[in-house]
Design a protein. Structure first.
Lengths: 255, 261
C-alpha cells in the first residue's frame, strides 16, 4: 500500500500551518520529516493518519493493505499513550480485542511482538513500573501487533534521554532490517533523521512547505553514529534549517 | 571553621502514621470521662462516655439497635444505589455528548444548590409518607454531586489516550468502556465519598421529619426527652456508619486503582 499527498494544506484558526505539501510515501522505507518547531510536522502526521481533515488538497491511499493487516495506518506517539491500568500484555491486547481473532491467534500475536521488542519477561508489568524506553517499546509492540501498512511515528524518541534514544534507535533498525516496514517518522532531531531515514523531507517554517528532500542510500544497519557521510548529511540539513529554526525560536506562541 | 550544611528540605510530605488517629480518640474520650467524673464538665453539658457506652449496651441487648439500624441501612442502600447509578449514567452522558452537556449542565447547576431536605414535603406528596419518599430524598441528594463528579472525571480523561484508541480503530463503545470508564474511575470514586456522606446526612434528616424507626428517629426522640446518653449513643452510631462507608470506599479504591501508586 502506498500513500501520496497532493497539495495538502492546513489552517488552524485562520493561520496557515501547512501549505502545498506534495509527497509520495514509498513502501518498505522510512521517510523522515524534519523541521523547526511549529512547522506543522506533527499536524502533517495527524493528517496522513486521518486523525484530522486537511483544509486543502487530498491524501490518497493506493493499493490494498497487506494480508493480516488490522489497522493500516498505525501511530506511535511521543508520550507513549499506554493505558496505565493495563499491563504490558493488556496494552497490546487492547488493539486486538475488537477484531474477533480467537484466543489462539491473539496469544500468538502478543507473544510474537513482545519477543520482537524484547519484552517477553515484562508481560504482567504495569506502565508505571517501566522506564521510558521500555514504555516506548511497549507502544512499538502494540503498533506491530496490528501489522500496519504504514507506521506513523510522532517524535517517538523525543521524551527519552540520550542513552535510551540511542538504544531504541538500534532496536528500530533491527526491527526494520528483520522485516522492513513503511514508516513516516517525524522528528526535530537531525541525528535521528540521518540514522533512520531512507528519505528525509525538510519542512520550512510556518506555514510548513517542503524546502528540501534528501535521499540517503546507505543501508540502515551500516549507519553508525560517527559515520562521516551521515555527519555531512546532518550538517547540510542543519544548514538548510538553521535560519528557519532561529526565526521560529524568536516567534511568539500563537502569535 | 567547617559546619555541616543546614538541612532545609523537611516537611510538606504527609506520611501514613499508624495508630495516631486512634490515640486522639482515646485521649479525647479519656479526657471527657475524667472531666465528667471530676465535676469539671456538668452532666447537662456532656454525658459521661461510660454512661453512653452503657446506654449503647442496653440498646443492643433490648434489640432496639437492630430495629432502628436495619431500616436506616436499607434506606441508605436503596436511596444511594438509585442516586449514584443514575448520577454516573447522566454524568457519562454529559461527558460524552455535546447536546446533553449543553442541555443538562445548567439544569444540574440549578438543582445542585437546592437543600434537598426542603423538598421532603414535596416527596411526601409525590411518593407517600412511607419508605419511597425517603428513598427519593436520598437518591436525589446523591444524584447531583455524583453527576458533577462523574462528568468532571470524564472530562479529565487523558485525550491522548482517546486519540490513541481512535487511531487503532477501536469502536466507540470500546473506547468508552476500556479507556474513558477506567480513566474516570478515580474521579468517580472520590465523588462517591462526598455523595455517600451527603446520603447519611439526608437519611437522618428524613428520619427526623417523618419516621417511626431509624437512627434519626431514635436521636430525635432522645433529644426531645433531653436524654443526652441516648442522644450520644445515636450520634456515635452515625459516626461509625460514616467511618465504615469511608473504609469501604478506600478498599474499593485500593482494588480498582491499583495501577496508580
Amino acid at each position: 500500500m502506498q500513500l501520496s499527498l497532493n497539495g495538502v494544506g492546513h489552517v488552524y484558526g485562520g493561520t496557515d500551518v501547512l501549505s502545498d505539501i506534495t509527497l509520495d510515501i514509498p513502501g518498505g522505507r522510512i521517510l523522515c520529516i524534519v523541521g523547526p518547531s511549529g512547522c506543522g510536522k506533527s499536524t502533517l502526521l495527524r493528517l496522513i493518519g486521518g486523525l484530522e481533515r486537511p483544509a486543502r488538497g487530498q491524501i490518497l491511499q493506493t493499493g490494498t493493505p497487506p494480508e493480516g493487516c488490522l489497522n493500516p495506518l498505525t501511530y506511535v506517539f511521543q508520550d507513549f499513550a499506554l493505558l496505565p491500568w493495563r499491563s504490558v500484555e493488556g496494552n497490546v491486547r487492547l488493539v486486538l480485542e475488537d477484531h474477533r481473532l480467537g484466543a489462539d491467534a491473539v496469544e500468538r500475536i502478543v507473544a510474537d511482538v513482545l519477543a520482537r521488542t524484547r519484552l517477553s519477561d515484562f508481560r504482567t508489568a504495569l506502565p508505571r513500573q517501566l522506564s521510558g524506553g521500555m514504555k516506548q517499546r511497549v507502544a512499538i509492540a502494540r503498533a506491530l501487533a496490528v501489522n500496519p501498512a504504514v507506521m506513523l511515528m510522532d517524535e517517538p524518541l523525543s521524551a527519552l534521554d540520550a542513552q535510551t534514544r540511542e538504544l531504541l534507535m538500534d532496536d528500530l533498525v533491527t526491527l526494520w532490517t528483520r522485516s522492513p516496514f513503511t514508516a513516516v517518522y517525524v522528528t526535530h532531531n537531525l541525528a535521528e533523521a540521518v540514522r533512520l531515514g531512507h528519505r528525509i523531507v525538510v519542512l520550512s517554517r510556518r506555514p510548513g512547505r517542503i524546502s528540501e528532500v534528501v535521499d540517503i542510500d546507505m543501508p540502515l544497519d551500516a549507519r553508525r553514529a560517527d559515520d562521516p557521510d551521515l555527519a555531512r548529511h546532518q550538517q547540510r540539513l542543519w544548514g538548510v534549517m538553521r535560519d528557519a529554526a532561529r526565526a521560529a525560536d524568536a516567534e511568539l506562541l500563537n502569535g | 571553621m567547617a559546619e555541616p550544611v543546614p538541612f532545609r528540605g523537611g516537611g510538606f510530605a504527609p506520611r501514613a502514621k499508624r495508630g495516631v488517629g486512634l490515640v486522639v480518640f482515646v485521649l479525647l474520650i479519656a479526657f471527657l470521662e475524667w472531666g465528667t467524673r471530676a465535676g469539671l464538665i456538668s452532666a447537662l453539658t456532656l454525658p459521661r462516655p461510660s454512661d453512653v457506652l452503657a446506654e449503647f449496651g442496653a440498646l443492643y441487648r433490648s434489640g432496639r439497635l437492630w430495629d432502628n439500624l436495619l431500616p436506616s441501612l436499607q434506606r441508605l442502600a436503596v436511596g444511594a444505589t438509585f442516586g449514584v447509578t443514575a448520577g454516573i449514567l447522566v454524568g457519562f452522558v454529559i461527558g460524552l455528548f455535546s447536546y446533553a452537556r449543553a442541555g443538562l449542565v445548567p439544569l444540574v447547576a440549578a438543582l445542585f444548590p437546592i437543600p434537598k431536605i426542603a423538598l421532603l414535603p414535596l416527596f411526601v406528596i409525590w411518593f407517600g409518607i412511607d419508605e419511597a419518599s425517603k428513598y427519593a430524598l436520598i437518591a436525589f441528594g446523591t444524584f447531583t454531586p455524583t453527576v458533577v463528579a462523574t462528568h468532571g472525571a470524564v472530562d479529565n480523561v487523558d485525550r491522548t489516550l482517546i486519540r490513541m484508541g481512535q487511531s487503532f480503530g477501536l469502536s466507540w463503545f470500546s473506547i468508552v468502556r476500556k479507556i474513558v470508564l477506567p480513566g474516570a474511575m478515580p474521579g468517580i470514586l472520590s465523588g462517591l465519598r462526598i455523595s455517600l456522606a451527603i446520603a447519611i446526612i439526608l437519611l437522618v434528616a428524613a428520619e427526623m421529619l417523618g419516621a417511626q424507626t431509624g437512627i434519626g428517629a431514635y436521636i430525635l426522640e432522645a433529644g426531645s426527652l433531653y436524654d443526652l446518653e441516648r442522644l450520644f449513643a445515636g450520634v456515635t452510631i452515625l459516626s461509625v456508619l460514616g467511618v465504615t462507608v469511608s473504609f469501604i470506599i478506600t478498599r474499593i479504591e485500593r482494588r480498582l486503582l491499583r495501577w496508580r501508586n
